[in-house]
Design a protein around this ligand. Structure first.
Ligand code: FES
Length: 121
């Protein structure tokens, strides 16, 4: 059973065996794990996380993520909204990163769109 650990918030999510790779930000939103985010589309960089363990269980970075992160990719950083994982991993982020206000309409609108996608997360 894949386990995703969100070190900064202390949250842990166990996913069912045999599912497809899951989007890291979607897991975080759905299970209230606390990764800050703003655009959910690879543009803002707010959801930058450092992969502490399990980098081998992440998909390869796509063009937008490579452009946004540059050299930070080599230092183990990923954008949660652009990353898919299919095994155990641990991520952390700077607690000073500020995302959308969870009480804002923009947050709720994007959250609803983001979570309407079907997956095993
Ligand atoms: S939330 Fe903006 S880049 Fe991921």
């Amino acid at each position: 059973m894949p386990i995703i650990r969100f070190k900064t918030s202390g949250r842990v999510v166990e996913l069912p065996d045999g599912g497809d790779a899951v989007n890291l930000l979607r897991v975080s939103i759905r299970h209230e794990c606390g990764i800050p985010w703003r655009c959910a589309s690879g543009n803002c960089g707010t959801d930058r996380v450092r992969v502490v363990e399990g980098a081998e269980n992440f998909d390869k970075p796509r063009r937008r993520e490579r452009e946004r992160l540059g050299d930070l990719l080599d230092a183990g950083f990923r954008l949660a909204c652009q990353s898919y994982v299919d095994g155990d991993c641990t991520v952390e982020w700077d607690p000073d990163q500020v995302g959308l206000d969870v009480d804002s309409k923009a947050y709720e609108r994007l959250r609803r769109i983001w979570l309407s996608k079907e997956d095993s997360a």
